[in-house]
Structures are given as structure tokens and as C-alpha cells.
Design a protein around this ligand. Structure first.
Ligand SMILES: *Cc1c(COP(=O)(O)O)cnc(C)c1O
Length: 458
């Protein structure tokens, strides 16, 4: 399989080159040349363990890692999960929940970042210079990236977060890590300041090559590929129905894009239910055809508080297909004016996508009603998917709602909504009282670069 950029400026990349590049150097997103169809082989995968299934799904996308190496990378990535099934399916009411939070940081990002960490280590195994990965986080991605890269040979990780603005659990998940290749950088500023610093550093091409900088953000193709696997697992755990539907709590469109890829590969997902919180740019687009930026709102499902969905361009690329000029016009209009539009009379999305958004009050009510009816505790992100899923579902076929975080990551919200419940998790309890480590620096790019340089020189 070869990879290319949605913008056309980069072609003919191998899998490892695509993963190393992250965001394409022409500003586009990296996509496979085509999406392979699994066809009749699908049934043969029904009895496979999760890692063996992952191997079969990923193989057509990976030409430059030997089968043996790919198998061992996958096995290592999923041995860190507390559930042998990795992503167990649980029936909650007349719908199912697929629990993606059994990894080291209790969020679904572990499924992709455990894999990405091992791929990075593999790619850099014989290089003279270490890979220095720089990331910015408002909380969740940082801890999953740290868990994926800590202790990896020939890789350093620098994670910036806004000092005092992440939850105390999120900060402890990051700063209690003791591996010396991980540096937590607390920036005196907001998350936007951290992102602006990240962009400035990556635009400095001399610094980027001097330090051999890499990125872990959600546009990395390896993350999407790893996420494709659990949709197949859901199908087998359901007992191979003729059709099923999935509801995906969506922020950057990474998770639901992986569902789209699985569907294109031949998995019988009837419809993809895209669920957003009040940051509903994607829901509005699918309803009206208008893709328009607005300000970010803080909600009780913070990992989905986004202004622009960074993976959406991948979907648009396949959606427009041969209509290159229309794709280019849409992307350019959005980049220059913050809005772009298509005519819904010409294009029909509703065969593939149903969409909806949930308010904070609806999310809280849904958490309460699920608990009262079944005893199950959903975290606020999962509750967005369930809320919209129930409203948009086709009642004739099974509904799978993705559970993207463990509720124990949100103790104050959950105890406010469910005062009599108990949501302790040993992974969170174990962080209490551990020593922490972080470097505070100002909102200043030179200070940041000096810190990275001095660490690498040591
Ligand atoms: C990142 C995240 C999401 C959003 O996933 P995308 O792939 O960005 O759409 C949803 N829930 C949780 C808990 C997350 O951490």
C-alpha cells in the first residue's frame, strides 16, 4: 500500500514514511491510495483474538514491516490492556456499549497510542539520532501519549500542558511517570497558547531537522488504522449480524473516520451515528451543508471540545473522489474564510451518516437515567454517544455505542450526578501520593526550544 496527501503534494509514501510524516508536508492529510475490501475473508476472522484480528486488518495497509515484526508490535501494544478482549462489548439495555477504556490511561486513545509508540520505536530502532516527539494537550491525549512512549528506546517525549488548567487526575497521570525519556512541560498560559507554541516550533524547519522532531497528534495515520480494528471486533462479538450501527462520540473525527474505513472495507455497518456535544460543527455540516467555524465552548465532555475537526479532510477526500476541483475549492475556502459549503440536493450523506448533538443537561440526564435503569455508569463522552445513538438509531438492527473513557476519570461530575455511586478505579487510586515531576516554563518559544535542546544534549 502506498500513501499520498489529500492535497496532492506528496505521493508514493510507504506506511512507515506516512507514520513518520504525521501531517503531510504540504499541509494535507495522509491517506492510503485505496481502501482494500476484505470480502469473503471476513468470516474467517471471527474466532481470532484481538491482536490476531488486528494483524489481519492492518496487513493490507502495511508493506514495509515484516509479518513477524508487525505481529510482535501488535501483541506488545495490546498486552498492556487489563481486559484480554481489549475492547469488550457489554449489553446495557436494548443497545450495546463497546468499552475502549481498558488501556493504561483509561481512555480510548490508548488503543491507538500504545500501537503508535511501538511503531515509532520500530522505525527509529537503528537511527543515529533520537526522535524527539513534541505534543500539546489539554489533558487526555497527553497521558495516553506518555503511556505509549515512556521508556521507548531512542525516543524522547515532550508534552506541554497549560499549568493549572488540566484536571488533577489528568495532571497526576502525566507527572507521576518516572521514565527519563518523558518531560512534562507546564506552560504558563492556556491550551491555545500551548498549541500556538507547538505550531511555531514545527514551522521552524531548521529547528525541526536539528532536533529530529516528530508528532503524535490525532492526524497520524497509524492512530486511525489501529482504531479501525475494534469495529470488526464489535461485529464478531455481536455474532455477525447482517447489519449493525455504531454511535461514536466525536471531536476530531478520528474515531468515526476509522469506522468509515471499516465500512469501506466491507464491514456491514449500516449507518455511522456521529454524536457531538455543543461543539457541533460536524453535526451542523451534515444537517445543512455549511461547514463553519465558531468559538469553542467548554462542556462537561472536554475531550470533544473542538473548533475544527482535524481528521475531517480525510473523509472529504474520499467523499469528493474524482471531483478534485470541488474538493480543493472546499478546503481552500475553509482555510481562508473559516467556512465552506456544499449543496445537499446534490450530495446525500444520510445513507452513511446520521448526526446529532447533546447539551450538558442532556448528557447529565442520560448518565442518570442509564444508571437508574441498569446500574451502568457511563462517562460524559460515552453518554453523548448513547444520547444521540438512542435518538437516531434504526431499531431493527443492533446499536453499538462506543465508550471512550472510564467514568473514574471524571469523579466530581459523576458524584454530582450520581451521589450514591462508587466509581473508584485501581489505576487512578494508585496515583495518589506518588511523587510528581514537571518543568514550568513561560509562554515563550525560545525558552521552550532551549529546554528541549538542553535536555537532548545531556
Ligand atoms: C479524544 C476523545 C474523543 C473524541 O475522539 P475523536 O477521534 O477526536 O473524534 C471522545 N472521547 C474521549 C474520552 C476522548 O479522549
Amino acid at each position: 500500500m502506498k500513501y499520498l496527501s489529500t492535497r496532492g503534494g506528496v505521493t508514493d509514501l510507504s506506511f512507515c514514511q506516512a507514520v513518520s510524516m504525521g501531517l503531510s508536508s504540504d499541509g494535507g492529510l495522509i491517506v492510503p491510495e485505496y481502501i482494500p475490501h476484505i470480502g469473503v475473508k471476513l468470516k474467517d476472522f471471527s474466532k481470532l483474538s484481538y491482536p490476531a484480528l488486528a494483524f489481519e486488518i492492518m496487513t493490507p495497509f502495511v508493506d514495509d514491516i515484516s509479518s513477524g515484526d508487525l505481529r510482535s508490535i501488535i501483541n506488545k501494544s495490546y498486552s498492556s490492556f487489563s481486559e484480554k478482549q481489549v475492547a469488550p462489548l457489554v449489553q446495557v439495555a436494548d443497545y450495546y456499549v463497546m468499552e475502549l477504556f481498558h488501556g493504561p490511561t483509561l481512555a480510548f486513545k490508548d488503543v491507538a497510542l500504545q500501537f503508535l509508540g511501538n511503531i515509532f520505536e520500530y522505525i527509529n530502532r537503528d537511527k543515529d539520532q533520537a526522535l524527539n516527539v513534541l505534543g500539546a494537550t489539554s489533558g487526555d491525549t497527553g497521558s495516553a501519549a506518555i503511556a505509549g512512549l515512556k521508556g521507548k528506546k531512542n525516543i524522547n517525549l515532550f508534552i506541554m500542558f497549560p499549568e493549572g488548567r488540566t484536571s488533577s487526575i489528568q495532571e497526576r497521570q502525566m507527572t507521576t511517570v518516572t521514565e527519563s525519556n518523558v518531560q512534562n512541560i507546564a506552560i504558563e498560559g492556556t491550551f491555545d497558547d500551548c498549541q500556538a507554541l507547538l505550531k511555531t516550533v514545527f514551522r521552524d524547519l531548521a529547528f525541526k531537522s536539528e532536533l529530529n522532531l516528530g508528532a503524535v497528534n490525532s492526524v497520524n495515520w497509524a492512530r486511525v488504522l489501529a482504531q479501525t480494528v475494534y469495529y470488526f471486533s464489535a461485529y464478531f462479538q455481536l455474532g455477525m449480524p447482517s447489519y449493525f450501527q455504531v454511535s461514536v462520540p466525536t471531536g476530531n473525527f478520528g474515531n468515526i473516520f476509522a469506522a468509515f474505513v471499516a465500512r469501506q472495507m466491507g464491514l456491514p455497518i449500516e449507518r455511522l451515528i456521529l454524536a457531538t456535544n455543543q461543539n457541533d460543527i460536524l453535526h451542523r455540516f451534515f444537517e445543512t451543508g455549511l461547514y463553519k467555524k465558531t468559538g469553542v465552548r467548554s462542556t462537561n465532555s472536554p475531550a470533544m471540545d473542538i473548533q475544527v475537526a482535524s481528521n475531517f479532510e480525510r473523509y472529504l477526500y474520499y467523499f469528493f473522489g474524482q471531483e478534485r476541483e470541488k474538493f480543493e475549492k472546499f478546503v481552500e475556502s475553509f482555510e481562508t474564510t473559516g467556512s465552506a459549503e456544499i449543496n445537499l440536493d446534490t450530495y446525500n450523506f444520510h445513507e452513511v451518516f446520521s448526526t446529532g448533538s447533546a447539551s450538558d443537561a442532556q448528557i447529565s440526564d442520560r448518565i442518570r437515567s442509564i444508571y437508574n435503569a441498569t446500574g451502568y455508569i457511563a462517562d460524559p463522552h460515552t453518554a453523548v454517544g448513547i444520547e444521540v445513538g438512542i435518538k437516531k438509531m434504526n431499531t431493527e438492527i443492533p446499536l453499538v455505542c462506543l465508550a471512550t473513557a472510564h467514568p473514574a476519570k471524571f469523579p466530581s461530575l459523576i458524584s454530582e450526578i450520581l451521589p450514591n455511586s462508587s466509581i473508584e478505579h485501581p489505576t487512578i487510586e494508585a496515583l495518589k501520593g506518588l511523587p510528581t515531576r514537571k518543568k514550568k516554563i513561560g509562554n515563550n518559544v525560545d525558552e521552550l526550544k532551549d529546554f528541549i535542546r538542553s535536555f537532548v544534549a545531556d
